[in-house]
Design a protein around this ligand. Structure first.
Ligand SMILES: NC(=O)c1ccc[n+]([C@@H]2O[C@H](COP(=O)([O-])OP(=O)(O)OC[C@H]3O[C@@H](n4cnc5c(N)ncnc54)[C@H](OP(=O)(O)O)[C@@H]3O)[C@@H](O)[C@H]2O)c1
Length: 326
């Protein structure tokens, strides 16, 4: 089978198309013939800096849609040929991937293979950020970085569905702000002084929940933007900042809470909890009309172009890579 392999961490050129033996499912596993793979920012982090990479060489890609190709020992379904989505630790940039059975799901109602491939990571992440970690209550307000991206596009919609009173986003360019406004946002701020813009928009009150995937200075400004009893959930470090911290004085005066979330960490530590989260998130998508537009597609051999686009900070919505067998 064809697969995109990283032998050495580094730039996008290090994504190499190779011919490899097809992986076979072991006990408790399912082999999936890949139709589409979701391209995630974490794939870039893995390729460039080894984020959550166990060993080299490795095949990037943590979410796919496709058809069941083979069942490992002890696995009784779904039947061969059934359309499914799956999440994996790695291996998605390939024509066949093996996933643990508990991370293989029926397609959410109403979605085809293409639409479904955009959701297995983004949707549960957004659901966990708003509900499990953020505990957003009706009429509360929320601020999200990267509002026009994969996670940001879906978070805006889930916040709205949860009854948020104000949904504010942050992006790096004006065109992205226009795009994000189609996905549940009331206002989208452009640039690093988002804290000043938010203060002006909220009469100095700030928001009840900040969701930050950037870290460092963005995280600090997010913390400063919280209203009394506000919560900040950190879910990435796109800025590659050194570990950040907050002391008693900063948190206690306004009664602030800080937490962190990693869907890959959840999958590694508590696969059943991740399965429930994914099922809940898919059920919400099936009934609510949440959408995550696919804005660009790349064949397997053009994986490097997809990574360059994500790194350029000009992409919106979701990027997919397409299998040569579709
Ligand atoms: N913790 C988790 O479980 C989890 C799960 C999924 C994703 N994430 C994180 O959530 C974020 C969004 O993921 P995604 O896959 O949906 O990607 P995405 O939002 O489609 O693309 C990444 C976005 O990050 C923003 N960004 C901020 N600083 C950046 C930098 N230094 N370099 C490049 N981009 C930067 C860019 O938006 P602007 O240019 O508008 O700022 C860019 O569009 C990522 O940081 C990812 O690591 C975390």
């Amino acid at each position: 089978m064809h697969a995109v392999v990283v032998e050495e961490l580094g730039p996008a050129e290090n994504l190499q198309l190779l011919d490899l033996p097809e992986p076979q499912p072991g006990p408790g596993e399912i082999a999936v013939e890949v139709a589409y793979t979701g391209v995630n920012f974490v794939d870039v982090k893995a390729r460039a800096g080894g984020y959550r990479v166990d060993r080299l060489p490795f095949i990037p890609g943590i979410e796919v849609s496709g058809r069941v190709r083979a069942l490992g020992e002890g696995v009784t379904g779904p039947a061969i040929g059934t359309p499914v989505v799956a999440t994996v630790r790695s291996g998605g940039y390939a024509e066949v991937v093996v996933a643990p059975a508990e991370r293989v799901f029926a397609l959410p109602d109403g979605l085809d293979l293409r639409a479904a491939a955009s959701l297995p990571t983004v949707l549960p992440t957004a659901h966990a950020l708003i509900h499990d970690l953020g505990r957003l209550r009706p009429q509360e307000s929320v601020l999200i970085q990267g509002a026009a991206g994969g996670v940001g596009t879906v978070v805006g919609q889930i916040a709205r569905l949860a009854g948020a009173g104000g949904v504010y986003g942050v992006v790096s360019q004006p065109e992205k702000a226009e795009y994000a406004l189609e996905f549940g946002y009331d206002q989208v701020f452009v640039g690093e002084d988002f804290d000043r813009q938010l203060a002006a928009a909220t009469g100095g009150r700030g928001v009840d929940l900040v969701l930050d995937p950037v870290g460092g200075e963005s995280w600090r400004r997010g913390l400063a933007s919280l209203a009394r009893y506000g919560r900040l959930v950190s879910f990435g470090n796109a800025s590659d900042s050194a570990p950040w911290s907050a002391g008693f004085a900063e948190l206690s005066t306004r009664g602030l809470s800080v937490s962190g979330f990693s869907i890959l960490g959840l999958g590694a530590e508590d696969p059943q909890r991740l399965r429930r989260l994914t099922e809940d998130a898919f059920a919400l998508a099936a009934t609510s009309g949440i959408r995550l537009p696919v804005t660009a597609e790349f064949p397997l051999e053009k994986a490097a172009e997809a990574h360059r686009l994500l790194e350029s900070r000009t992409s919106t919505g979701k990027l997919l890579r397409v299998s040569s067998t579709v």
